[in-house]
Design a protein around this ligand. Sequence first.
Ligand code: DMJ
Length: 640
Amino acid sequence: VESGGGGERSREGILPGVSASGMGLRLSQKFVFLLFLSGLVTLCFGALFFLPDSVRLKRIFLSKTETPPVTVGSGSENDAREHLKRPKDQEHPRGMTSAKGETSTKLKSLSRKPVVSREATEERLAGGKALEDLSLSRSRAESVSERATVVDHHGADTDTFSYAKFKRCLLKPPLGRDYGKPSDPNTNERREKVKEMMKFAWDNYKLYAWGKNELRPLTRNGHLGNMFGGLKGASIIDSLDTLYIMGLMDEYNDAKEWVQTSLDLNSNGEASLFEVNIRYVGGLLSAYYLTGEEVFKSKVLELGEKLLPAFNTPTGIPRGVINLGSGTSWSWGWASAGSSILAEFGTLHLEFVHLSELSANPIYTEKVMNIRKLLNKIEKPHGLYPNFLSPVSGNWVQHHVSIGGLGDSFYEYLIKSFLMSDKTDGDAKKMYYSALEAIEANLVQKSPGGLTYMAEWRGGILDHKMGHLACFSGGMIGIGADDGVPEKRQHYLDLAAEITHTCHESYTPTKLGPEAFRFDGGGEATATRLSDRYYILRPEVIESYMYMWRLTHDPKYREWGWEAVEALEQHCRVEAGFSGIRDVYTTTASHDNMQQSFFLSETLKYLYLLFSDDDLLPLEDWVFNTEAHPLPIIRKKRIR
Ligand code: DMJ
C-alpha cells in the first residue's frame, strides 16, 4: 500500500523498495521503525531506575511520585493519635528510591518572624544563676505564657492552642515544690555536681562551637555533620529543657536568644527525619511546654510542616532521609532494598501528636496513625517486628529483630503513646503488650551466670548480643509494668530490674559500658570485639537507673548513677568539655573528640533527675521522648 506521492518518488528510484513519501518508508517499515523507536524510549526510561540517585537526570524524571498514603484498615475510636540506633556519624549514602512530596493538605501559614518581646529581653538580662534568681526568671517566663493565653482567649480562632488551658491539665507543677531539690544533703551535693557538669559542657560548647551541632572538645572547634540537613545548633536545641530544669537561666536565655535570632529552618540539605524529629522537634516542643515562649511554638510548627513530604510514599511509611528544602525523600543507601527502618518511622508518634495539638491541624496525627495501622495489621513473624519495611509495598524486607539499634524506640513509643494519651490509646497499649510477650518468648535469655538479657533475632536464629542502646528497655518495661495485666505487673517490674542489673554489669572496669556486649564464647555482658568497646556518652543505662529509681526508690540506682558520674569525670572529662572514649576496658583513655548533643539532653538530664525529688517533671504528667525531651500527657477531658 502506497499513499500520496510516495509511489512517484519510489519510481524515481531513490532506494529500491523504499518509498519516498513522508518519512520515505513503507507502512510496514514505518511500523518496524516505530516499534524500534518505542523500544528505545522504554529502554532509556527504564535505565533511569538503575542510575545512582544522585544523578540529576533521574531526579528530574522520577521526582514527582506523589502517591496518597494508603489507609490501612480502620482503627478503633481510641486511635488518637521509634532509630536509628546506628552509629551517630553514619554517612548518608542515598538509597534506591526517591519521592518528591508535597503535602496535599493545606497548612496554615506560619509566621517566620522571630518573636522578640520586651519581656523576653528583660528576661534575658535578668537571668540569674542561683535558685532565688531562678524562681524569678521562671515566674517571668510563666507570665509571658499567661499573656500569650490572653491573646488565645480573645482571638477569633477558637482552635488556637491555649497554654493556660494546657497548664490546667497538669496534675502537678512541672518543676515541683522546690525545683526537685532533695532534702538529703548528700544527694543534693551529687545533684549540684551534675549541674556543674552541664554548665562545664555548655560553657565549652558556647566558647568553641557556638551555633554548630556538636563540640569537638580536643580540637576545640565545632562539628556540623550531615544528619540534620543543614540545620544548626543541635546542642542548643537539645539543651534548652535541661538548662531550664537545672535553673541555669543565663545559659537558657542565651539558648533561647539563639533560637530567636539564628535558628534558620530554611536549609536545603538532606536530613534524617528521625534525628530531626527527636532532637529538634522534641527539643522545641519541650521548651515550649515548659516555658510557654511563643518562639518555640512557631519554630516547631514551621519545622513540622517541612517534614510532612517524607510521608508521601505509596504506603505512607516515610523514607529515612528528607531534603528539608525540596521535600524530596530518600531511603538510606545502607538499608536493605530501599527499606525504611522500624526505629525511625516508629519514633515519630509522640512528637507528631503534639504538633497536631499545637497547630490544631490533624494531619500530623493522621500521618503517624497511618503508620500505626499498617504495623498493627501486617503479619508479624512470631509476633515480632522486623527492623526493615518497604515503604512501597508495606512488607517486611528481612527478618532481623532487635530491641537495640534499628528497633528500640519503636517499642518505647508504643507504651509512651499509651501513657501520653492519658491511657486512652488502646491500640498502642495492645500492640505494646503483645510485642513484649513476643520479645519475652523469643528474645529474653538468661546467661549461664544468671544475667537476664535481650538477644537479637535473625530469621529465627539468636545472636547473643545486647547493644548499649537496648539498655533503655529496663526503664521502658518498668514504666509499662503497672498497666500490664494484674498477674504480670510484678513480673514486668522484676524483668525491668533484671535488665537494668545486667546493663550495670556491663559497666566495668572503667564503670562505663561498651557499645555492645555478648553472652557467648564464655563472656558475660562483655564486649568481645575491639570494635564494640567504645562509649560515646550514651544515656540508656542511666536512663533505666532513673526510671527504676522513680519506680522502686531502691538506693542502689542512685549509687550506680553516682558511679557513672565519677567515671564520666575520670575518663570523659577533658579540658574543654566531655568526650567519648574508644575503649571502656582501658583506663588510659583514648578520646573520640566528640561531645554528643544527647549527652546534654539525655545523659546529664537523667542523672540530674535521678538525684532530684520525684516532683521535678513528675511521671504523672510527663513522658520523655527518646531524646529525653519531656512532653506533657494530653488530658482531653480536663481541657474541655
Ligand atoms: C539518642 O539520640 C536517642 O536516645 C536515640 O533514641 C538513640 N540514640 C541516642 C543516644 O544513644
